[in-house]
Write a protein that binds this ligand. Structure first.
Ligand SMILES: [Fe+2]
Length: 261
């Protein structure tokens, strides 16, 4: 890779797959909508350098649900990294999502960027929290890694999205994360899942990106839970070796036919 060519990453998040491939989440057959996203990724395959799965890969935490993730992603043959969300079972994930190009690594370097993946899930709870151990590990990784631009990923966003019901389940201790990031100005981007919608937030020189789910979408800025009719999506990130980046959200034309149609 030369100095100017960027690396292309797809952030794919909140697939909510089940053991039963035809199970639906609020009327959405999650396996089929994820399949529609995978078909789009297949078309981009020759340009994609990496897939980043940012939690809630499963809706039921079963081994079979992760086998479904694996069986759809393996044929793409794109290096894939993942982190758990509140609906995941980290033990089952480690067992299954450790095959061929799907890696267990949570800290790595690629295309002159560093990546650090955090586990913000709290067993049996919907909200997120970064433990003292995770925060210390993040700090030590950022110290050890060279001064290359860095992307940090975690499932729960460390910011509010102006939706009361959803804001009660974001990251519980964002200030502790910010304290670490403030010590390491090479961190350029923080990407999250969980909110099932596109969102941008900026704090100091760091950009925080929220990304649509590959299944149901949450309606922005509502005080109580409401679904949005937007189609499933994912995020593309172009990361340049000099630390600059570009991003866009892609939607796939997947429509659930209602019962009366
Ligand atoms: Fe979540």
């Amino acid at each position: 890779m030369n100095q100017v060519s960027p690396m292309l990453i797809a952030q794919v998040t909140d697939m909510h797959l089940f053991a039963n491939e035809s199970q639906e989440l609020l009327g959405m057959p999650t396996m089929r909508s994820f399949q529609a996203v995978v078909e789009r990724l297949e078309k981009l395959r020759s340009d994609l350098d990496l897939l980043l799965l940012t939690g809630d890969l499963s809706g039921d935490g079963t081994l079979e649900s992760y086998e479904n993730v694996q069986s759809l992603l393996c044929p793409l043959q794109i290096p894939t990294y993942w982190l758990p969300g509140n609906h995941d079972c980290a033990i089952a994930m480690k067992q299954v999502l450790n095959f061929r190009l799907i890696s267990l690594r949570k800290s790595f370097e690629r295309g002159r960027w560093n990546f650090v993946l955090l586990n913000s899930s709290v067993s049996k709870y919907m909200h997120g929290h970064l433990s003292a151990t995770s925060l210390h590990w993040l700090d030590s990784q950022l110290k050890i890694m060279s001064n290359q631009p860095t992307l940090v990923a975690l499932h729960h966003p460390p910011y509010h999205v102006n939706s009361q019901w959803l804001d009660s389940s974001t990251l519980e201790n964002p200030e502790e994360l910010f304290a670490v990031l403030d010590r390491h100005p090479q961190v350029k981007l923080v990407v999250s899942g969980h909110i099932h919608q596109e969102f941008h937030y900026q704090r100091n020189d760091v950009y925080y990106l929220g990304t649509p789910s590959t299944c149901i979408q949450f309606k922005p800025e509502t005080s109580t839970f409401a679904l949005d009719q937007k189609p499933p999506g994912f995020r593309l990130l172009k990361l340049y070796p000099n630390g600059t980046w570009e991003t866009s959200v892609e939607r796939v034309p997947y429509v659930v036919l209602s019962a009366e149609s």
